[in-house]
Design a protein around this ligand. Structure first.
Ligand code: DX5
Length: 244
C-alpha cells in the first residue's frame, strides 16, 4: 500500500502503444521494470475518444505478470464492472463524474474482489469523493482533461494533489494517490512534491522505447528525490523569512 514514504510507482498508460503489437509492447514495459499497466478505457461519450474493451485486455493478460488497472473513462461504469475484473484487472478506477451513485459503484467494485479506484477530472473538486474514501484503495487526480495522450500537464492541479494528500492523511487509510496526464521528466518532480506517489505516464515512456528501462528508472528517481521527506529536495526552512 502506498504512502508518501512508499517508493514511487511508475504506471504506463498503453494509450500511445502500437495497438497492432500490444502484447509485445506490454512485454517491453514489463522488462523495463514498470510497476503495473494502466488500460485507458474510453467510450466516446464520457471522453471524445474510444479505445479498447475487456477482450483486448484479456488477450494480453496471459502475456505479462504485471498488475493491470482499468481506468474507466466511460459513462455508467456499473454496467460492465465484472467484465474488466474477469479480463484480469485487479484495480478498477471509475470517474466520480460518470455515475450518480458513486458509493454504490465503488462498493460493487469491491464486491467483485477488485481494488477500487476513483478518478477526478481537473474541474472536479475533492469534495466529490470525500464521503467515499472508506471504499477506495486509490485516488486518481487527473492532470489533463482526459481523452487523449500527449497533452500538457496542468500544474494548476498541484494544490489539489496536496489537498488530496491531506485528505488521505486524515482518513488514516493507505490510499494510493496517483496522477495521470502529461507526466514526464519535466513534471513528475512537481507532482511528487505535491504528494503524489503513483505516476501514470504514456507519451513520456513510449517515445523512449529504445531506452525504456532507463526512462522508467529516471522518472522513479526524480519522483523519489522530490517526495516530501526525501531529504533530497530541501524545502525552504521558513519561506516567509527574509533571506539572511
Ligand atoms: C487521459 C489518459 C492519458 C494517458 C496518459 O487522456 O489517461 O492521460 O493516460 O497520457 P500522457 O502521459 O501521454 O499524457
Amino acid at each position: 500500500m502506498a504512502s508518501t514514504t512508499s517508493p514511487p510507482r511508475i504506471v504506463p498508460s498503453v494509450l500511445p502503444a502500437d495497438f497492432s503489437r500490444l502484447g509485445e509492447e506490454c512485454r517491453l514495459l514489463e522488462r523495463a521494470g514498470v510497476d503495473r499497466i494502466q488500460w485507458d478505457v474510453m467510450d466516446g461519450v464520457f471522453v471524445p475518444n474510444m479505445t479498447m474493451g475487456p477482450d483486448v485486455i484479456a488477450s494480453v493478460r496471459p502475456l505479462v505478470d504485471l498488475g493491470f488497472e482499468a481506468h474507466l473513462m466511460v459513462m455508467e461504469p456499473d454496467r460492465m464492472l465484472r467484465h474488466w475484473v474477469d479480463a484480469g484487472c485487479e484495480t478498477v478506477i471509475v470517474h466520480a463524474e460518470a455515475t450518480p451513485h458513486l458509493h454504490r459503484t465503488l462498493d460493487a467494485v469491491r464486491e467483485l474482489g477488485a481494488r477500487a479506484g476513483v478518478a477526478v477530472n481537473p474541474a472536479t473538486p475533492l469534495s466529490a469523493v470525500e464521503h467515499v474514501l472508506d471504499l477506495v484503495d486509490l485516488l486518481l487526480v487527473m492532470t489533463v482533461n482526459p481523452g487523449w495522450g500527449g497533452q500538457s500537464y496542468l500544474s494548476s492541479m498541484e494544490p489539489k494533489i496536496a489537498a488530496a494528500r491531506e485528505l488521505i492523511g486524515r482518513t488514516g487509510r493507505e490510499i494510493e494517490l496517483e496522477v495521470d496526464g502529461g507526466i514526464g521528466r519535466g513534471t513528475i518532480a512537481d507532482a511528487a512534491r505535491a504528494g503524489a506517489t503513483t505516476f501514470c505516464a504514456g507519451s513520456a515512456l513510449f517515445r523512449e522505447r529504445g531506452r525504456l528501462a532507463e526512462e522508467v528508472d529516471a522518472l522513479r528517481a526524480l519522483a523519489a528525490d522530490a517526495a516530501p521527506g526525501s531529504g533530497q529536495d530541501p524545502q525552504p526552512e521558513n519561506p516567509g523569512r527574509e533571506a539572511a
